[in-house]
Design a protein around this ligand. Structure first.
Ligand SMILES: Cc1cc2nc3c(=O)[nH]c(=O)nc-3n(C[C@H](O)[C@H](O)[C@H](O)COP(=O)(O)O)c2cc1C
Length: 173
């Protein structure tokens, strides 16, 4: 386990994986629990998580998502979805699911695994593709796909801090 805020600062998108070795269910449960610990508007927690470890499904996703080739070597994918029956505000649904997605990325990194966020919402063709692959009902909106595997790349820590994007009290400080 990596400590505290190091998890935030060290996390990088990991797109190279060692093998498709299965991930223990306890670890997957831990990642989903991290997702469900995210903040959500009016605490509606309007999310669902579809987990796939099936190599055939991962291959199909890698071919049908334009930027997801790494799924060919991933151990699993998690599709983070919003439920319109739990919150009919689609913008909030997406924001809530984004928070859950980031929590899963951080928890994955903390466990020594590698992950990358694969954008789905609001791209209609990717939403349609996920609906087909995962048989989603109409009230379920796929927001983000997360590719997870045993890391086979070591990326440097990025310092993204940019003073020009910081505004104290008012825009023109
Ligand atoms: C909304 C969103 C969509 C993204 N979609 C993709 C994607 O489709 N494929 C991919 O390889 N990375 C994707 N990424 C990952 C970004 O490319 C990555 O976070 C960014 O380059 C910064 O690198 P880092 O995560 O290593 O800090 C996405 C990230 C976000 C937040």
């Amino acid at each position: 386990m990596i400590s505290n805020s190091d998890i935030i600062f060290q996390r990088r998108s990991i797109r190279k994986y060692k093998s498709r070795k299965p991930v223990h269910k306890d670890l997957i449960d831990h990642l989903i629990k991290a997702g469900m610990s995210a903040p959500s508007a009016r605490n509606k927690q309007p999310w669902h998580f579809v987990i796939s470890q099936n190599p055939k499904t991962l291959d199909i996703l890698s071919e049908r998502h334009p930027y997801a080739k790494m799924l060919k070597d991933a151990s699993l994918a998690i599709l983070v979805c919003g439920d319109k029956e739990l919150d009919d505000n689609e913008s909030y649904l997406a924001q809530n699911c984004a928070a859950a997605t980031q929590n899963i990325l951080l928890a994955t990194h903390a466990c020594g695994m590698g992950a990358v966020w694969l954008g789905v919402y609001p791209r209609e063709e990717r939403i349609k593709m996920c609906r087909e692959v995962f048989d989603l009902p109409q009230h379920i909106i796929p927001v983000a796909l997360i590719s997870i595997g045993y890391p086979d790349e070591d990326k440097p820590v990025n310092d993204n801090f940019n003073q020009e994007k910081v505004h104290w009290e008012k825009w023109q400080g």
